[in-house]
Ligand binder design. Sequence first.
Ligand code: ADP
Ligand code: MG
Length: 349
Amino acid sequence: MEVSINNIRKEFDRFAALNDVSLKIASGELIALLGPSGSGKTTLLRLIAGLDFPTEGQIFFGAEDASHHSVQDRNVGFVFQHYALFRHMTVAENIGFGLKVRPSASRPSKTEIRKRVSDLLDMVQLSGLEKRYPNQLSGGQRQRVALARAMAIEPRILLLDEPFGALDAKVRKELRRWLREFHDRTGHTTVFVTHDQEEALELADRVVVMSQGKIEQVGSADDVYDRPGSPFVFSFIGESSHLPVEVKDGTVLFQGEPIGVSGEANSSGDLYFRPEDVELTQERDALFGKVTASRRLAGTRIAEIDISNPGGSNDHQPFHVEIEVPLHAPIELGSEARFRPTRWKIFGR
Ligand code: ADP
Ligand code: MG
C-alpha cells in the first residue's frame, strides 16, 4: 500500500509539532523515521494510524484520502515500545484478539482464527509457545507476539514506534536483523520510528531524518551518512566536527591560513568532517592542535584535539575536534597532531 503524506501540519494548542511534512512511502517499503526526542516522530505515526488527525494537509492510502478516517477504517497494525500484551491472556489469545472482537459479519470462525494464529506464530518463529502467558516470555519474544498481534488483522500498513526501545542492546540488535528478514519475507509497507541512528541505518530502505517537526532529509543510509544535506543531519548522524572557514579563490582558509582543503565559491561557512575522514600529515597546509584525550571505540581510536583560537571569542576558547588515529600507534597526549580532512562539506552562513 503506497502512502502519500501531503503538507501535513499538526498543532497542539498553537504549538506546531509537525510543520509542512510531505513524504511518499512506496508499497512494500521499510521506512525509518529518525530524529531526536520531540522531533515529531510519534505524532506523524499517530496521524498515519488515525489515532489523531492533521490540522492541515492530507494522508492518502493509495488513491483514497484517509486523512479523516478513523483508526478502525484504516486497517493498520501498530506496535509500541511498551506494548502491553493482555497479561491474563495466553500468547494465542493475544494474537487472535483483533479477529475475535470483529463484528460478527466479518469475524472468522474459531477454526479459522486458530489456523491464522498458528500461521502467525510460525511467521514470528514462536511456534510451541501458544499456551504461555506474557510473563513467561522474554522481552524479545513479547515484542514478536506484539508484532504477530498487529499482523493478525492483515493490516495495510505496519507502524512500529520504537518497538525495541525497552530491550537490552544485544536483543535489540538481534530483533533488528530479524525484523529486516521478516519484512523481506512478508513485504508489508512498514514505518519504523527510532531515535537510534544505527538501527535506522541498518534496517531501513530509506531513512527520514526529522528535527523540530520538519523533515531534514530523506534518503538511503548511504545518502544521509555520506551526503548529509544540512548541518543538523551531519551532526545528528555519525560523529563529526566543524570549524568556521572562509573560501578564497578555491582555497579553504581557517583563521586566514590554508589547511590543504579546496572549496568552490568565495564564501564563509562551516567546514564539517567526520573523524574517519582525515589523514595525519606533515604538510605545511594542514590543521594542527594539541591532543587532549584519546579513547578507544570498538574497532578504532579517537583523538580529541584542541585547535587554538587566537582570533576567536574573548575567552580564547580553543576549537575542539575529533579525529580517528591508528589503533595500535596512537598519538601521545599533549603532543601536536597535524591533519587534513579528506572528505568534508562546507555549509554556508
Ligand atoms: P518524538 O516521538 O519524536 O519524540 P512527539 O511526536 O512525541 O516526538 O512530540 C513532538 C512534539 O509535540 C513534542 O514537543 C511534544 O511535546 C509535542 N506533543 C506531542 N503530543 C502532544 C499532545 N498530545 N499535546 C501537546 N503536545 C504534544
Ligand atoms: Mg516518540
